[in-house]
Design a binder for this molecule. Structure first.
Ligand code: SAH
Length: 213
């Protein structure tokens, strides 16, 4: 299986229609973000294990989320859950040289892995930081877009302040361990207007505003 198979599948079924998103998936090689012993399955449409029980999401999920963010060149984006760095790399590619991505990762081992992978992929506008992303990252706020690539009980309260007016926040939300709703919210007059985009399964958000372990 190659990435072209997935691109075709997304185009034919109108899962991804945005040119910039399709181009990012073509340019950023998922193989660089999966452990070496899994290279042969890098383009299969499944999540794959990383370290510490964490996973790189299924390509179709990553594609849906990337498109749902409605990214434009020059945007500043905050991600919670760097993991392999793949999602951050795709966003970094789309926002381009005038844009910036800040991605927080809870496990130092994964943060190091994400940093190495991003260097391999030649992505220079993504900053990986080790820490509790459930607090947001006020130092670089406000953000045009915020994305959580782990499941949260609800949008962590600090994020609303760190999101620009008319900005978009996207996260899998809910209290169920094996099913969450992907929620996209737009900040209008300081309040979040929500829409549901379907059911997904993600690893849980840890930290202050995450699930209690
Ligand atoms: N976006 C990643 C997939 C991430 S899986 C990729 O493209 O590969 C979810 C990640 O969220 C895991 O790496 C997990 O360690 C991280 N995570 C969970 N809670 C966190 C928190 N409070 N702050 C930062 N990262 C967190």
């Amino acid at each position: 299986m190659t990435i072209d198979y997935l691109l075709n599948y997304w185009k034919t079924n109108r899962i991804v229609t945005e040119k910039r998103v399709l181009e990012a998936f073509k340019k950023i090689d998922r193989r660089l973000f999966v452990p070496q012993h899994l290279w042969h399955v890098a383009y299969q449409d499944t999540p794959l294990p990383l370290l510490k029980g964490q996973t790189i999401s299924q390509p179709t999920t990553v594609a849906i989320m990337t498109q749902a963010l409605r990214l434009k060149p020059g945007m500043k984006v905050f991600e919670v859950g760097a993991g392999s760095g793949y999602q951050a790399a795709l966003i970094g590619y789309i926002v381009g040289d005038n844009g910036k991505v800040i991605t927080l990762e809870y496990f130092p081992e994964l943060a190091d892995m994400a940093k190495r992978n991003l260097i391999k992929a030649g992505i220079k506008n993504v900053k990986v930081i080790t820490g509790d992303g459930s607090l947001g990252y006020p130092k670089e706020a406000p953000y045009d877009r915020i994305i959580l690539t782990c499941a949260a009980p609800d949008f962590p309260p600090p994020f609303i302040k760190q999101l620009k007016e008319n900005g978009i926040i996207l996260a899998p939300l809910g209290n169920h361990r094996f099913s969450q709703q992907l929620i996209r919210a737009t900040k209008r007059k300081g309040k979040l207007i929500r829409e549901a985009l379907g059911s997904f399964v993600f690893v849980p958000l840890r930290g202050k505003h995450g699930f209690k372990e």
